[in-house]
Design a protein around this ligand. Structure first.
Ligand code: 5GP
Ligand code: ZN
Length: 120
């Protein structure tokens, strides 16, 4: 995809701090980290979001997410790891190329989860 920022990273047309690579996935630092060590895992091929991505690619992605989550936890000394994925604009997705956020979390880091409602 010509105008996709993550395709450009994959094609090395723009720089990124790549930390790992598999046959079908790439892991690199988010340019605006929620906490230091915030990584994005993306498929090398362009799929707009989770629902559009073939199962075999997703299996490789989730295995890579696990590996990177372990590495980020170990490298940052995080107390926990948030794994976040947004699909379509209503959720806040800004880059239309599937990406899974791996965010190191620290007790009391102040990042708030959403508030749940109630069923009638
Ligand atoms: P979204 O809002 O779509 O869930 O997440 C997009 C993420 O991509 C954001 O956290 C943003 O900081 C990151 N991002 C946007 N442009 C670039 C870029 O050029 N390089 C890198 N490494 N991350 C980017
Ligand atoms: Zn793309």
């Amino acid at each position: 995809m010509e105008n996709c920022i993550f395709c450009k990273i994959k094609d090395k047309k723009i720089p990124a701090e790549v930390i790992d690579e598999t046959d079908n996935s790439l892991a690199f630092l988010d340019i605006m980290p929620i906490n230091k060590g915030h990584v994005l895992v993306v498929p090398k091929d362009h799929y707009e979001n989770l629902m559009e991505t073939p199962d075999d690619v997703l299996k490789e992605i989730i295995t890579e997410v696990k590996k990177i989550a372990q590495a980020v936890k170990s490298a940052t000394g995080a107390d926990g790891i948030s794994v976040i994925n947004r699909n379509r604009r209503a959720t806040g997705q800004e880059v239309d190329h599937l990406h899974i956020h791996i965010v190191p979390r620290f007790s009391g880091d102040g990042l708030k989860p959403w508030h749940g409602g109630k069923y009638a």
